[in-house]
Design a protein around this ligand. Structure first.
Ligand SMILES: Nc1ncnc2c1ncn2[C@@H]1O[C@H](COP(=O)(O)OP(=O)(O)OP(=O)(O)O)[C@@H](O)[C@H]1O
Ligand SMILES: O=C(O)C1=C[C@@H](O)[C@@H](O)[C@H](O)C1
Ligand SMILES: [Mg+2]
Length: 165
């Protein structure tokens, strides 16, 4: 089973995913890192040289490969931008939506140059992007987790829900 974490940039998919994988004793895959390792360039470089559309194509292939793994998979915040990914994720049983308020998300991602869709954007621009994406995370989510709380609390809630499957 692939336990997939989805949510906006800064929601804690990578951070919580690593911890969840340890607790479940499953491999951890971060889709962004997977892409960087395979491609040999950073995400910022791919966006700069090839554009976001090409990055989204690479992301579709990477998601396809990772969804067959028995692992915890942290996706990138924009994975739901592509209809093909939404379709693939709808087929997956456990998609966990990590979410917190936009002010907190903004403070976690601002000033980080590694995220081209956040870097240099104003609070209002980030909020607009978040508002556009919310319904898509919701559409594929098996559960929603309030990730304003500490990592261990989030992991505990997820473990309780997985136990009831
Ligand atoms: N529960 C939490 N409480 C406080 N800070 C957190 C929490 N989870 C993550 N953070 C911090 O927020 C920042 C972003 O976290 P992380 O990289 O895990 O987000 P992400 O959802 O993987 O983002 P992206 O979509 O860009 O990959 C990091 O600095 C991390 O330490
Ligand atoms: O929200 C987004 O559009 C992105 C989030 C990151 O995880 C990366 O996948 C990339 O920076 C794009
Ligand atoms: Mg991440």
């Amino acid at each position: 089973m692939t336990i997939v974490l989805v949510g906006f940039m800064g929601a804690g998919k990578t951070t919580i995913g690593k911890r969840l994988a340890q607790v479940l004793d499953k491999p951890f895959i971060d889709l962004d890192s997977y892409i960087v390792e395979k491609d040999g360039r950073s995400i910022a470089e791919i966006f700069k040289t090839e554009g976001q559309e090409k990055f989204r194509q690479i992301e579709v292939c990477a998601l396809k490969e990772c969804l067959s793994q028995d692992a915890v998979l942290a996706t990138g915040g924009g994975v739901i931008e592509t209809p093909e990914n939404i379709h693939m994720l709808k087929m997956n049983q456990v998609n966990i939506w990590l979410d917190t308020d936009i002010q907190e998300l903004y403070s976690r991602i601002t000033d980080d140059e590694s995220r081209p869709n956040a870097n240099g954007r104003t609070f209002l621009q980030i909020k607009e992007l978040y508002n556009r994406r919310v319904s898509r995370y919701n559409e594929i989510a098996f559960m929603q987790v309030d990730s304003s709380r500490c990592v261990d609390d989030c992991v505990r809630e997820i473990m309780d829900s997985l136990a009831s499957l």
